[in-house]
Ligand binder design. Structure first.
Ligand SMILES: Cc1cc2nc3c(=O)[nH]c(=O)nc-3n(C[C@H](O)[C@H](O)[C@H](O)COP(=O)(O)O)c2cc1C
Length: 211
């Protein structure tokens, strides 16, 4: 079976990606009329151009509401796992990440969704794990934000559950501080039987230890 996430594991030593195309304004806070319009058509065209140009990956932002103001950056956005499914189906080489908020998506749900996306992309899915930082987003879900380092502790449990599911360990029980789960199983396993490549971009000591 072919190497999963081949462009990121091998290939060019310098990897290039595009970040934030799933959200209106992308990573800019400008009011210029030609700022990024994150329509689905634009996302597909951009992904196919990046694929043809040989870029290694596309990384979405996990964002549930805009930042407000005149241009309301990220006020319009596509949910990142379903966005990845669509772009994996529309491309052939490039890796497409999903950016997932640990406290907002249950790991068993996330694992099932990620495995589905991964088969659509034949092993080209990647996962950007984020533990969350925006209070206004947490409030939308009725979730209380944990203390900074506890968020990464929960992230470590979350990722352990996902990797055990991806390794085909089920049914298993997981009795942690943040999750108490019984009889966990999931079929199929990811493409090629290995968890998708994972990244995390925290810069604090706890964030770096987690990554
Ligand atoms: C490249 C990059 C991408 C990130 N993407 C997201 C994101 O999509 N959604 C989100 O809520 N946080 C995102 N973050 C925020 C991080 O997950 C983290 O909360 C932040 O970097 C602070 O982490 P720290 O307190 O460990 O330094 C991103 C950060 C970086 C550097």
């Amino acid at each position: 079976m072919a190497q999963r996430n081949a462009l990121l594991v091998g290939g060019n030593r310098l990897k290039l990606g595009l970040f934030g195309a799933n959200c209106s304004s992308g990573r800019s806070y400008i009011t210029a009329p030609e700022r990024w319009d994150a329509s689905w058509e634009h996302n597909v065209r951009l992904a196919q151009m990046a694929d043809a140009a040989g870029l290694e990956c596309l990384v979405p932002i996990a964002r549930w509401k805009g930042y407000g103001g005149a241009s309301n950056p990220n006020g319009t956005s596509w949910e990142s796992i379903t966005w990845a499914c669509g772009l994996l189906a529309a491309t052939t080489r490039i890796n497409v990440f999903a950016t997932v908020h640990v406290p907002l998506i249950h790991p068993v749900v996330a694992a099932k969704q990620l495995v589905t996306a991964d088969h659509i992309g034949r092993g080209r899915l990647g996962l950007n794990v984020v533990c969350g930082w925006n209070d206004d987003e947490f409030q939308m879900f009725g979730v209380t934000k944990k203390e900074h380092d506890d968020r990464y502790e929960q992230g470590a449990e979350w990722w352990t559950i996902i990797t055990r599911i991806c390794a085909g360990e089920g049914p298993f029980d997981f009795l942690g501080k943040h999750y108490q789960l019984r009889g966990v199983e999931c079929s199929p396993r990811p493409y090629g039987g290995q968890a998708p490549i994972m990244m995390n971009a925290g810069s604090s000591p706890a964030g770096r230890a987690f990554a």
